[in-house]
Design a protein. Sequence first.
Length: 318
Amino acid sequence: MPLRPAAKLLDSALDRTVVPGFSKIGYAVRRRLPTWPADPAPGSLDGKHVVVTGATSGLGTATAHQLSALGAHVHLVVRNADKAAEVAAELPGPSTTWTCDLGDLDSVRACAAAMLADAPPLDAIVHNAGAMPAERTESPQGHELSMSIHVLGPVLLTDLLLPKLEGREARVVLVTSGGMYAQALPVDDPDYELGDYAPPTAYARSKRTQVEFLSLLTVRWAKAGVAVYVMHPGWAATPGVTESLPTFEKVMGPVLRDADQGADTTTWLVAAQPRPRGGGLWMDRRERPTTFFGRNAPTSDERRRMWEWVADAADLTP
């Protein structure tokens, strides 16, 4: 078999076997295949302004460092300004900190207003902020917190910042999780009010929602010229995993990716030239299937109903 088709077949096989593909094994193997895209050129983000939410730990901090090393001015959107100052002090390039709680839609609106007034034009937004509450927790607006942080807040913030993104071939990356493959779109219970609450399930439901909104957000933000991506980092060792999934970390620890490996594709999507095609789920610099064998794929009507819930919950303009 010719080299490149064989490499693509091996790459896809790693996906289907899950553990090798999602772990550092998959990352190490794929980097050595002839299908692995070139790294962004040094200085490829010189003069660019990139927003990173949840930048004070784990994948967010790694992403901020990688983008800064390529020349970007990184805008740290965080809940804790003191922690952001520690991150900013270690970045090789300039940064600006904006205080925002992505789970609180009032805070999101206040942050967006401040950025619209004072931030320069933006070239990309990376939505990395995340949480997995140990018990069902509601946002100030009364929504289940995982859904609010991973879906409502990011969609609203990006929607409000479109004037800063318009006309720049901007890119928006939402960081998802492999757990979403095991969950269906929670169209009949978006706020997880029914049944026994399970933190990993709530987390995965919100991540499934991110993925299923790819086509809708692509259309919604098309007039501003924004390309939308969802990025699956694989299984990475982060403080969030340590705190929320200690058993998983204990069992899978030897094969977990480090934060830099987990953040790699996010940085590549922001910096690669020409701009990668939007509207897809990416992992290890390649577009991936959003379901395995069609499992948990929603209907177009379910997707539409879920979007109507989000639009109402976040009070989005038509």
